[in-house]
Design a protein around this ligand. Structure first.
Ligand code: ATP
Length: 952
């Protein structure tokens, strides 16, 4: 079911009235809003301009330095910089500090001292600090308008409260006693603030300003009242280096073994997560999971969603203006007469979002009468409040704490525009087109998204929808855009939607998406920031519920950027023991930034052949997980993990296995076409098997391709990958391959996409979230700085260099069997080879010759069996030499290799090692059996079974 967030300030649904337009074909209509052209600013004299340049230049230089302090935010959009204002704060702060902190004197410091100290008294000591903080924020986060305003207001309140308190503490001097007394107390401000309250009772100002001072501190630090205990505790822990949280029992059942394989002795600690000061259980994110729930809810829902009526309904007794009336308004406005008619008042009902007034006419009043109707709020970016922050204690050498990356690593985007002149012009053009073609319909509103704006057209009763859809070319012509997309109707609405690209498009920052309400509502580690929809709502999705995703689009359309946003979302929200990843990047350049992150299970795979092998490994891992689910009677890995953590899953009594929760496994293939070129059959088989089954095993596939043709995205793959993300495609055929419907060919690239999550009937248009390289770098450095990746070697093993001798040719397999047979039985008989290997006489003779040439058996002695020159203990190196490999280190290398595999499997989270252990046992028995043979042909008669046990 669909989901968008609406924490977000929406794009506005400002309504523009077109009119009903009946029979008014000749009437010119248009927007009723009058736009004042900006007055031409008079040219400043040169010295003023030079001074301004110098000031700005200095500001940019200092700003560039300050933006590199700590985590680098120097990729700030130049249009967002406010370095001039920041420099002003800095200079003022330094100047006040010269006399308030350092006691400089002179006519200028003295004069300013008199003003500042006389106004604020003792508070002037704090002023430089406040100004420095303001300057720092303005240099680094100028685009965070709400945050900066909050800090500014907090400081203002703090100054008043501080001056008031200083006045009380300074003995409440009066003006009559002279200004020296005021300076030594709270200054004039303190006097004015405190003396009226002191008249009530001496304690009143002290209490009132004491409370106000605390409140101002909370405002500045953005601390809600409920978070105070948590903040105090974390500050204490941070300062004292202690952990006040309750320690867990030694074994919390959480699998971290893959983080430090082979080091079982490390102590374990309880994993603790913090979310705005509250501690959460580590699997809180899975708490809501109820078994094998249906997976149609790929997008995270917003329960507290704001109603999304984009076109306000007309209240009773009110009608929309006709096009003719609007035209009159427009002309009046142009003449400077009727400006008052379109009062776009700001409704502060939400306290923070500006709202639009909709022009509606009340019968009986002059045409200029306006009833302001609040529309949905516009979508400012989320303030950089932290993404749910979780801290995890991991038992690492040196007692390292694993912390998820800070929310500030992802910078806020620019403030979205609610409505621009471009929108107004298009409303006018659309209305004109409708009127010109005598279509009885009106533009009733629009909602502006980051890339496109959706204009809503309502038809009068009796008007056919086709009258509007048939105008698609004329509309394109009127608005001068070839990428017009018509939705008839807009899902859930009796209105036609016309999506037209914004000439002034906006970038959607991943940080804003992850800070949205929807993303914060859940701790689920597989939740990713998708982007923003056409109405400006943030869209987030749970990859675990997709459960597999196909990402397709022409080159340069935004696939890799989407994949980057996805991976960064996971790194921001999930620990390596919650999500592990396999990345396949045949293009070699797209995912290199993530090399070495501890979430990786194998180095980034760039070789398509190896990628095919890795997919086969994923199938094996999936089978192992399924074995566990079946053995222990669970339907989904989340249930299994929960039971493991609750201690409800115990291994069989005679097993040495330690059962641990399985992490989610996310397999990302950045170019499927490259894989399908090298091994189409194998790749398709693996993908189909994984996609059919892996959902319950916690394994999820994301397949990206720039060639969504039927030979890459085959019918079988398509049928099993239910969620789709289509970026701009080069043809309508490609769009059909990805979405089973046209539409993607009309997208405008650069992250503009149609998102069709599993279960949704209609694709949702979104602008993909954007994450910059430096943001990725910061996140990756943070993650890598805490843990090193521990790779599984069996996922995509290094190709063994095979240098098989020419004379062996295709007979390597059978020769190895012959060698093992002859050496383990110590019986060099050709007829035995014939019987046991079921080969003809000639082949058996050839094998014997090969064995002789390799020194395994001696020369022929007529009808007698040949001497066997290799002892069973030396078998492994001989076999390795035949395969063209380096000899194993020990004679028992074969067995050791098997145990290694078993251990590795356990390390991924509880592989069925018992099976492998049984296999080892069988091998040993087989060897013992042959050791017991006395060397006669008859002796090995019963060896059939034992031989088959060796698995050859
Ligand atoms: N979500 C987005 N927001 C803003 N710009 C974007 C977004 N996604 C992509 N772009 C722009 O489009 C360019 C190409 O994007 P990207 O490299 O992701 O395309 P692609 O589909 O992966 O191409 P290719 O298949 O050739 O690798 C980016 O460099 C960026 O400038």
């Amino acid at each position: 079911m669909a989901t968008r967030t609406s924490s977000a300030p929406r794009g506005s649904s400002s309504s523009k009235s077109g009119g009903t337009g009946r029979g008014t074909a000749t009437a010119k209509t248009g927007t009723t809003r009058t736009k004042q052209l900006p007055a031409v600013e008079p040219q400043q004299p040169f010295p003023v301009r030079a001074l301004s340049w110098a000031w700005q230049g200095t500001g940019h230089m200092i700003g560039a330095g300050i933006r590199r302090i700590g985590y680098d935010v120097s990729d700030l959009d130049p249009a967002d910089r406010r370095d001039g204002a920041a420099l002003f704060n800095l200079v003022l702060g330094v100047f006040i500090a010269t006399f308030a902190w350092w006691g400089f004197t002179g006519w200028l410091p003295d004069a300013v001292y008199s003003i500042v100290n006389g106004t604020f008294g003792w508070m002037s000591l704090l002023l430089p600090l406040m100004l420095f903080v303001c300057a720092f924020r303005l240099f680094r986060q100028p685009q965070d308008g709400r945050g900066n305003n909050r800090v500014g207001i907090g400081f203002l309140i703090m100054t008043v409260a501080g001056s008031g308190l200083a006045h009380i503490i300074g003995g409440q001097p009066t003006v009559a006693e002279g200004f020296d007394g005021l300076r030594r107390a709270g200054g004039m401000l303190g006097f004015l603030a405190a003396s009226p309250l002191a008249a009530i009772h001496a304690a009143v100002p002290a209490i009132a300003y004491g409370i106000l001072a605390v409140v101002s501190l909370l405002i500045v630090t953005a601390t809600p009242f409920t978070a105070i205990p948590g903040r105090i505790r974390s500050a204490y822990e941070h300062l004292m280096g202690v952990d006040l949280a309750e320690r867990a029992p030694e074994d919390d059942g959480h699998d971290r073994s893959y983080l430090y394989e082979g080091d079982a002795a490390k102590p374990k600690r309880k994993k603790r997560m913090r979310f705005f000061g509250r501690d959460h259980d580590d699997d809180a994110g899975l708490e809501g999971y109820v078994g094998d729930e249906p997976f149609e809810h790929a997008i995270v829902d917003d329960e507290g969603q704001v109603p999304r009526a984009s076109a306000p309904r007309v209240p009773p007794g009110v009608r929309r203006p006709t096009p003719a009336e609007i035209a009159v308004e427009k002309i009046k406005a142009a003449q400077g007469l009727g400006a008052g008619s379109m009062d776009h008042s700001m409704d502060h009902g939400t306290m923070e979002h500006p709202t639009e007034a909709i022009p509606l006419l009340i019968p009986g009043q002059a045409s200029a009468a306006v009833a302001p109707v609040p529309a949905r709020p516009a979508a400012p970016p989320m303030p950089p409040t932290p993404i749910p922050q979780r801290t995890e204690q991991l038992s690492l050498a040196g007692d390292i704490t694993y912390t998820l990356p800070a929310s500030e690593f992802l910078t806020p985007g620019s403030i979205p525009k609610e409505r621009t002149e471009a929108n107004d012009a298009i409303v006018a053009a659309l209305t004109d087109t409708l009127v010109q073609f005598n279509v009885d319909a009106a533009v009733t509103g629009f909602s502006r998204g980051p890339t496109v704006t959706r204009y809503e057209i309502e038809l009068s009763p009796g008007t056919k929808v086709e009258r509007v859809t048939a105008l698609s070319k004329n509309i394109s012509y009127a608005v001068a855009s070839s990428d017009v997309r018509i939705l008839s109707p807009i899902p859930g609405k009796s209105a036609i939607g016309i999506e037209i690209p914004n000439t002034d498009r906006e970038t959607v920052s991943l940080g804003d998406v992850l800070r949205s309400q929807n993303a914060r509502r859940t701790d689920h580690p597989m939740v990713m920031g998708v982007g923003k929809d056409v109405e400006g709502g943030y869209v987030v999705a749970n990859l675990a519920k997709m459960p597999h995703l196909l990402v397709a689009g022409a080159t340069g359309a935004g696939k890799s950027s989407f994949v980057n946003s996805m991976i960064t979302s996971i790194l921001m929200r999930a620990t390596p023991d919650e999500v592990r990843m396999v990345m396949v990047d045949p293009k070699r350049v797209e995912l290199t930034a993530y090399e070495g992150v501890p979430h990786l299970i194998t180095p980034i795979i760039t070789n398509p052949k190896k990628a095919a092998e890795a997919l086969q490994w994923v199938v094996r891992e999936m089978d192992a997980r399924y074995d566990d689910l079946a053995n222990y009677g669970y339907k989904h890995i989340d249930d299994f993990n929960k039971a493991v953590r609750a201690g409800k899953v115990t291994p069989p009594v005679d097993s040495k296995r330690v059962i641990k929760p399985y992490p989610y496994l996310l397999v990302i293939v950045d170019e499927l076409a490259d894989l399908m070129m090298v091994a189409p059959r194998d790749v398709e088989d693996s993908i189909v098997r994984i996609t059919q089954l892996a959902r319950a095993a916690g394994i999820h596939l994301v397949l990206a391709t720039q060639r969504p043709s039927v030979d890459v995205v085959t019918g079988l793959i398509k049928a099993n990958v239910p969620s789709r993300m289509a970026f701009a495609t080069s043809s309508v055929t490609d769009s059909r391959v990805v979405l089973d419907q046209p539409g993607a060919e009309k997208l405008i690239g650069q992250g503009d996409a149609l998102f069709l999550p599993m279960g949704a009937s209609k694709a949702m248009r979104v602008q993909g979230a954007w994450v910059t390289e430096s943001e990725i770098h910061r996140v990756v450095e943070h993650v890598k700085g805490q843990l090193q990746a521990v790779y599984r070697e069996d996922v995509a093993p290094e190709a063994q260099k095979k240098q098989i001798d020419d004379d062996i040719g295709d007979d390597l397999e059978v020769l190895l069997q012959a060698t093992e047979l002859v050496v383990t039985t110590q019986f060099g008989s050709t007829s035995m080879l014939q019987r046991k290997l079921r080969v003809g006489f000639a082949k058996a003779g050839r094998l014997m010759d090969l064995l002789e040439s390799r020194g395994v058996v001696g020369p022929s002695e007529g009808s007698k069996a040949r001497d066997v020159l290799v002892k069973p203990d030396d078998l492994a190196p001989v076999l390795a030499a035949m395969k063209g490999q380096d000899a194993p280190a020990t004679p028992d290398a074969h067995t050791a290799a098997l145990s290694d595999n078993a251990n590795a499997n356990i390390a991924v989270g509880g592989y069925a090692e018992d099976l492998v252990a049984n296999d080892l046992e069988a091998r040993k028995q087989a060897v013992e059996y042959y050791d017991g043979a006395d060397g006669t042909e008859e002796d090995d008669d019963g060896s059939e079974d034992a031989w088959s046990l060796t698995g050859r």
